[in-house]
Structure formats: structure tokens, C-alpha cells
Design a protein around this ligand. Sequence first.
Ligand code: SF4
Length: 381
Amino acid sequence: MPTARTAPTSSPLPAAPLAVRPVTAPTPTRLWTPSRVLVTRSAAERPYGQRVLAQLEAAGVSDIELLRGDRLPALRGDGDRAAFMAAKQTLALVVPPPSLRRLQPIAPSADWRFDLAQGCPAHCQYCYLAGSLSGPPITRVYADLDEALAGLDGCVGHGTVTSGSAARAGEGTTFEASCYTDPLALEHLTGGLATAIRHFGTHDWAGPVQLRATTKFDDVAGLLDLPHGGRTRLRFSLNAASVARRFEGATSPVAGRIAALGAVAAAGYPVGLTIAPIMPGEGWREEYGQLLDDVAAALPTGTDLTVECITHRFTPGSKATLTDWYPRTKLEMDEDVRTTKRGKFGAVKHVYPRDTMTELRSWFTDAIADRLPAARLLYWT
Ligand code: SF4
């Protein structure tokens, strides 16, 4: 990782635009309690690992196993389904291997991927993690957070995704914390997102930076009073009511997420909508229109708001994993009604046909401009 600093030598804290205090936190609608926690030896030695351990105990998690080494035991169940559910109910506190800490660009969201954890306790039947992570779907929380945050300085000013784009250079060097997890789903157990927000907000950076996180949860009480300095953009992953109801198991209801979005915006955070995965089901215009209206009603005037739109897609690998995890799913994953696209290295993904994409894109572009005129649409995919 290059260490030369090419960006300006100081990064003044941007003014938090809306800090109307006190902001009342909405009551969280869903707080996960893992039924089993595994802690590796290296994780238990790290200061942040010890803080998480204390927080897990304070949260009343009773089955905490301190391992003698760093290898996680194989998770067994009576069958595949039992093994899957056992893994989903397990949190492991680990130190990731150095290869996972090497920062990677993560287009189109951010210059760099910065992981707080890997895995998620929710049950979205289209989950983005299916097919990208191997092994049982345990949620692994990374115990080396303090060192990982301290190691970010060398990347500032060296990104290519937002830093390298004229339209988005104003965001500074961006770090995406939600590639392989939903950080807010774990926050009441780990405090990791708050730790990162505080670091981004108060550290003396070599240039403008932004931490980015997206979530389908709503427990924002611990984030409202942090010294975020306007350097964290909290995005809420939202969808049409029928999509959320049918396919987003064990997440916070959309209304809760919108209330949380309004609260963090009122606390001065730049915020965002991740509208994903967009599905053109029956009545989609009305449902997505209602969603945008509800968001507009929840946001204070002057909110710094971005929108990212991601249509539903699947790969052969994600389809195989998801049908294994959710065998009775009604999620449409039919190659015959999709268009096949190939990525740079030949990877196949199945997206909606061109006409459908054009219609969706045109409707969303107009509807966002109409209902959320101050929002910036970052990308459509
Ligand atoms: S909240 Fe995100 S990471 Fe978690 S199950 Fe749903 S799609 Fe997957």
C-alpha cells in the first residue's frame, strides 16, 4: 500500500449541517442475540476484542466459548438445514488473516473496502453474501479494529473509485464498511461502527475522507451523539414494501429503517438510500413511489442525501447457495427471463432484460428528481 501523501495536509472537520439536539432515537425493532459465541485466542488478546467480549456479556449472551487457538471448530448439525441455522446463530470473534486486511477497491461504492466483520444474522432470500463467501455463514467480527483503523492513513488520496471520479471527488477517499456484513445488525454487540465513526470524525487525516456503511437495521441510538464530523455517510437499504415483507427475513421493518434514517440525518450525518435490490413486481411504481414519499417525509430540510440504485441480479453461484439456504423461496431467479452479462474475467450474472432496465432506470431517475430533488443519484446498476 503506498504511503506517500498526495492529498492536502490537513482535513478540517466539515460542519455538521443539521445538528439539532437532542435527537430522539427511534426504538430499535430487532436486536440479534447469538445463541453461541466463539472467541479465538488472538481475538481475546486484542483490546477491541476484549471490549466486544465485555459488551457481549453485558448483552446477556451466555454461551461464550474461549478457544485455545485461532482455528474455529467445525459447526455440525443434524442436517444441512440445522447446520445452516446453527451457523447463522453463531458469532465468532476472530482476527482476520493479513490477506483480508489488504484493502481492495470496491466499485461503484467506494475507493476501499474496509471490513468490520464478515457475515450477517439476517435472512434475506437474495442475500448479496451468498456465493461470495465460502464456508458456513457464521458472523465473524474482526477483533483487530484498532490496528486496522490506525493502518488506513497510507491509503488516503490513493483511491480510484470516488477519488478518481470528477463527479464524486468531493466525497474524499472513501471506505466502505458494508461489503461483507451489515454493521448495524451487530452494533449493540460490538460497538464497532461507533468506534470507526469516532476515529473517522476525530483523526487528523492527510486529506478528506469518508466512511460509508449501509444497513437494513435501525438501532442508531449509540450513533447519534458521536463526533462524526460529517465524515461518515450512513445509508439505509430500502425496498418496496412487498419485497421487504417477502424476502428480507430478520431485518428491521422498512418503517423502522426510515425512522432511523431521519434520526441520523437530524444528528447531522450525511445520509443515503441504497434502493436494492430493485424488483419490478406487480404495482412496483406505486410501492417504490410510496417508499420515496415516506423517505421525503422523514428527512429534515437541508439533508445531505445520496441515492444508489441496484437492480436485482444473480449469478450461478449465488442461485445455488440461495436455493440451498432457502429451498422454498419464491424469489424469481429464472435465467430464461433474464439477460446474461459477463464481467471482466468472464464471470456470469443474470440481470433484467434491456427494456425492463431502461424502463426502471427512467422511472427511478424521474421519481427521485421529483420526490427528493436535493438528492444526488450516485449510480444505477
Ligand atoms: S441484511 Fe444484507 S447481508 Fe444481511 S442477510 Fe440481508 S442482504 Fe444479506
